[in-house]
Design a protein around this ligand. Structure first.
Ligand code: AFP
Length: 337
């Protein structure tokens, strides 16, 4: 029996990754440590949301025109705070903030990275105790070090990401992140207050039996999407099925489940909202980076999510993401069109 199994913490892992690159400055390890700290603080509040006065709406409306729930505001403030006071980030973009925030101090202006995040994705689920998450995306600056970060640092295509990840506040609290070297998952161990390696080298199964989509919009999807969804419903033992439909309406939870078990998540455009609902910079790009580094695929129905050149901070995009073979079957319907 294995006892006192020594598990590697997130910080130990990122430092090990840094040691593999002698030229590394440790800034990325520092950034991930800062994100892990903010995540632990958010986790405490998420786990007691029902007990303290942070349930319900904060009364304000965010840039998306959505009711801002108090936990959204708290989470945003935690991530902005640790990144501003860290030494690795020159500025941030957030779903909760109308515009980018450039930290513009001597240390931050010499930081190599900028960060974009959705501080609390799935916030409509907060009050009903369904899993929610934080999504983050890290870019190397394209602007001159020593000077403040600029808008162009944030409007880079997703294939330029240095790292991307999410925290899922669910039955356990996990932090999953990807770099070009792969995808690793860490589970928060409350007994030591550290994220500890639980899912090394995550690989997305090439196929699966789970499809995730909001059926309530079915008749507003375009024909290839409706044809693929119908094909999913018709799967049986003779052609890789039967499939099951799972949809939590927290993308982090849906994509995490499909990443581990195999599956496809779809948030298509609709006749009334052709760009769909999900945001490119701090929802779709990071999730696409993670899933693609794990061997899956992510598109907007026409091109790879990671190849889209952003034009504005809060732009939306249709999103199809998941197991490679399931994505290719979906694409075959678009090709027929
Ligand atoms: P909220 O943060 O407003 O709850 O939106 C969550 C989300 O952006 C994404 O996490 C879900 O997959 C998607 O919206 C659910 O949207 P629908 O409720 O329209 O299906």
């Amino acid at each position: 029996m294995q006892i006192n199994r020594r598990v590697q913490t997130l910080d130990e892992f990122t430092i090990q990754q840094m040691r593999d690159f002698p030229q590394a400055t440790g800034e990325l390890a520092g950034l991930l440590r800062d994100i892990g700290l903010a995540a632990k603080r958010v986790n405490v509040e998420v786990n007691k949301a029902g007990l303290v006065d942070i349930l319900g709406d904060a009364g304000s409306i965010n840039v998306q025109g959505e009711e801002v729930k108090k936990l959204d505001v708290y989470a945003n403030n935690q991530f902005v705070g640790v990144l501003r006071h860290g030494i690795s980030c020159a500025g941030i973009g957030s779903e909760e903030l109308d515009d980018i925030v450039i930290f513009d101090d001597e240390v931050s202006n010499n930081s190599k990275y900028v960060c974009l995040f959705d501080p609390l994705d799935g916030s409509a689920n907060i009050d009903v105790n369904v899993s929610i998450g934080t999504i983050f995306s890290v870019y190397r600056r394209v602007s001159e070090l020593g000077k403040p970060a600029t808008q162009q640092d944030f409007l880079q295509p997703g294939n330029q990401q240095i790292a991307a990840g999410y925290i899922i506040y669910g039955s356990s609290t996990m932090l999953v992140y990807a770099t070009r070297r792969g995808v690793n998952g860490f589970t928060l161990d409350p007994s030591i207050g550290e994220f500890t390696m639980s899912h090394p080298n995550i690989v997305c199964p090439p196929s699966g039996k789970i499809y995730s989509v909001n059926h309530g919009h079915f008749f507003r999807y375009d024909e290839p999407v409706k044809q693929y969804i119908t094909a999913c419903q018709k799967k049986d033992k003779t052609n890789g099925g039967p499939y099951t439909q799972r949809y939590v309406a927290s993308m982090v939870a849906d994509v995490h489940r499909n990443l581990i078990k195999g599956g496809i998540f779809m948030y298509p455009g609709t006749t009334d909202k052709p760009k769909g609902k999900l945001r490119l910079l701090y929802e779709c790009n990071p999730m696409a980076f993670i899933v693609e580094k794990a061997g899956g695929l992510a598109t907007n129905g026409v091109e790879n999510i990671l190849d889209i050149v952003p034009t504005e901070l809060h732009q939306r995009t249709p999103m199809f993401i998941g197991s490679k073979l399931m994505m290719e079957e979906l694409e075959s319907y678009s090709a027929k069109k």
